[in-house]
Structures are given as structure tokens and as C-alpha cells.
Design a protein around this ligand. Sequence first.
Ligand SMILES: [Zn+2]
Length: 183
Amino acid sequence: MERFPRYLTALARANALGDKISWLFYPGMLQESQDKWWDDFGRRPAAHEGIDICYFRQGKNQFSHLAKNAQIPAMDKGLILNRCEDFLGESLVITHDGFDHYSPKVIFVYSHLAIEKALTPGSRVEKGQIIARVFDTSRKRSRLLPHLHLSCIELTEKTPMDALNWNLFSDRKKINLINPVFI
Ligand SMILES: [Zn+2]
């Protein structure tokens, strides 16, 4: 249960935010939430399949959010299984070392990104390696701030790498979601 807080620290360091920040989460940013935390604060089209990371507090009353070019590090060593489009930018699908004893497979999906060109399926990443920048949402109509969406997914059957995309991840009958906060 320490990977997620460690990852938040790595994310802060990758963006020189300092070691004293506190990340902030609206209920709508959490897994299974039905609510939007942007635009009209209405309902999401489907329950949230992961966690959104965006806001933090630096000083006592100094609130901020990820910059539009914020750097996204890998949580751990791993193997890239796929990259695919999501509703904002691109998603990177990685199986991290330490989860490979699960069968069939536990995978991580980093979403709403502009991913490094060299990172293609089959290539490996190191812990802390910068894999992407957040997708710049400033030209989107949704008025959604740039943020990292993180999903942790248990595949229930053997799946070809190029089928690891949001058609599959949004189908609750075919996958199991693991809350990344508790990994
Ligand atoms: Zn999200």
C-alpha cells in the first residue's frame, strides 16, 4: 500500500514541486465516482475507472495544479504493452515488475498524455523515467485541466497487446479494476 504515495512523491520531484506539497483530490477524481470535477460538474458518462491527479497545495494557502507540460514518470520498471488514444490525449499501457506473478496480468494505464515517441510496445521503462507530458487541454472545449489519469486493471483473460485499449478498459464485464490508491 505504499506505491501510490511513493508515486505522488516521484511525480512532485519530476516537476520540481518540492517535497512538502500535499496532493488534493475532489470526490469526482476518485475511482468509481459518477461525478465530473470539471465543466458543469455534472455526471460522468460512466463510473470513473481510476484516479485523476491534478491539484496540490504548496504553502499554507497556495493551491495549484499540474502545469500543461508537466512531466510524468513511470511508477516502476516495466514493459510497455500498448499505447492508444483516450478521450483527451494518449494512454500508455505498462506491466510493471512486481506485478508479473499475477495471472493473467495486472496492468497500469497512464492516460491523457503526450507520450514520448520512442516508447513503443515492447520497449522497457525504468522506475522514474519520464514517459510523457500531460496532454495540453487548453484547446479542448471541456475546460478540463491537464491531469494524469491512472488506472490499475486486472485482465481476466489472455489479451493481445493491441487490444489493450479503452474499448476493453471501459468494459466492466471483461476486466477488474483495482484502485491504484491502495496498491
Ligand atoms: Zn480519469
